[in-house]
Design a protein around this ligand. Structure first.
Ligand SMILES: Cc1ncc(COP(=O)(O)O)c(C=O)c1O
Length: 435
């Protein structure tokens, strides 16, 4: 394989890339010897925006200088702090500003959404998820089923890919709903499946779900900041996400939720039960701002998704996200998506040159994937793991998902075509040595 030509090609693509300069806005990780690594793990933890440090230092200064007064008199007052994130999150998710809220973390938000939207009744009691779902999602839905006094063994349905297929066809989801829909209360589906990298058509799934009378929720952990989203138009009943992957919000960063206007408006403002979609677990931060600090016993909900807030937000885990969302706004979603498709197609083509030593599980069509590729190495788990370890040892940071998958993601904000070429060359060398 002529990698000199590939590298040359990659460098020309980088030189022509209108987003090339954004790489310099991020801290680029190095190995223990101080050498730069090829970072392809933005699907797991996004890189630190350099501006995050400055913003965090400002918050620490305000805390030192103003202490409690910072809640109202800081440069970015802490009481309405989540509002610094609203426009950016709404833009990334295709939602109206009142439909998104930054709060808590992903699994906590999932529980809060299930508390509102999973209302098993009569014959309609089950939750449908994809088989091989992220463990935390599975734990959350199984425990919610049990919380309602039901047996997760019979009430949790898991849909696997058809025999011989790596990913779940939309038609298989529709067929499952057609067959079992009357027993299903809620469908929780990923926007992008974490293990395979398959991206789903949310509107199509929500349509099929609603046609059978079920509620449609989405986990967008691997979608937000990665694939285009139109949550408002999708019909989804709720969505949740974390901000430490493609959103570059930092480890354990504040998560987020989408709740469409129609549900927020239908929800009673003063009671915790009754109406559609049902109960909402409440805390003082979901109380309307005007009267929140009167500390009255009666709960009066804030407008829209912000009524689902419970606690005051973790300011220091929200600050880096402000820096990152500003970069997204500047780069522009359509330009980012165009570069993402080009980067991932480039990677796909280079990795396919190594077939049959490798097999890409992720769908080939860009409409069915974001930037992640999930790769299985021929020869079994042990060889796959050895190849992954060798990649890491040579400064290529990707990740391993049991049982046998290497995940790599060229992220358009900071990865270069050159990173992709270097990854392919390193993989090819390792495969040559371990054949
Ligand atoms: C799909 C998915 N669900 C849930 C989680 C768990 O997130 P958290 O620990 O923020 O609740 C993750 C974390 O990577 C994830 O990728």
């Amino acid at each position: 394989m002529n990698y000199a030509a590939t590298l040359q090609d990659a460098r020309e693509r980088d030189a022509a890339d209108p987003l090339h300069a954004f790489r310099a806005r991020f801290a680029l990780p190095r190995d223990e010897r101080g050498a730069p690594v090829v970072y392809l793990s933005g699907h797991s933890l996004g890189l630190a925006p350099l501006a995050a440090r400055e913003l965090l230092l400002q918050e620490l200064d305000e805390w030192s200088r103003l202490a409690v007064q910072g809640h109202e008199h800081g440069r970015r007052p802490w009481v309405p702090y989540h509002e610094n994130l609203t426009a950016g999150l709404a833009a990334l998710t295709g939602a109206r500003p009142g439909e998104v809220i930054a709060m808590n973390s992903l699994t906590v938000n999932l529980h809060l959404m299930l508390a509102s939207f999973y209302r098993p009744a009569g014959k309609r009691t089950k939750i449908l998820i994809e088989s091989g779902a992220f463990s935390s999602d599975r734990h959350a839905v199984a425990s919610q089923i049990a919380w309602h006094g039901l047996d997760p063994g019979t009430h949790l349905m898991e849909l696997a890919p058809r025999a011989g297929e790596d990913t779940v066809a939309h038609s298989a989801i529709e067929a499952c709903l057609a067959e079992h829909g009357e027993q299903i209360a809620l469908v929780l589906w990923p926007g992008v499946q974490f293990r395979t990298g398959q991206s789903f058509d949310l509107a199509r799934i929500a349509r099929a779900t609603h046609a059978r009378g079920c509620v449609s929720g989405f986990d967008l952990a691997h979608s937000i900041g990665n694939t285009p989203l139109s949550l408002h138009d999708s019909g989804a009943d709720f969505a949740v996400w974390c901000s430490y992957k493609y959103l570059n919000g930092g480890p354990g960063a504040i998560g987020g939720c989408f709740i469409p206007e129609r549900h927020a408006q239908a929800q009673s403002r003063t009671q915790h039960s009754g109406g559609v979609p049902g109960a909402r677990l409440a805390g003082w931060w979901g109380h309307e701002l005007q009267s929140r600090f009167l500390m009255e016993p009666q709960f009066r909900a804030a407008d829209g998704a912000s009524a689902w807030q419970i606690s005051n937000p973790p300011i220091l885990s929200a600050t880096p996200l402000i820096a990152s969302l500003a970069i997204f706004a500047e780069a522009g979603l359509s330009r980012l998506r165009a570069k993402s498709v080009a980067l991932t197609d480039f990677m796909d083509a280079l990795v396919r040159r190594l077939e049959p030593q490798v097999h890409i599980l992720t769908p080939r069509a860009s409409s069915e994937r974001g930037c992640q590729l999930s790769i299985r190495i021929a020869g079994g788990t042990q060889r796959g793991r050895a190849v992954f370890d060798a990649l890491l040892a040579r400064g290529v940071v990707c990740d391993w998902r049991t049982p046998d998958i290497i995940r790599v993601a060229p992220v358009p904000l900071y990865n270069r075509f050159e990173d992709v070429a270097q990854f392919a060359q390193t993989l090819s060398e390792i495969l040559g040595q371990s054949a």
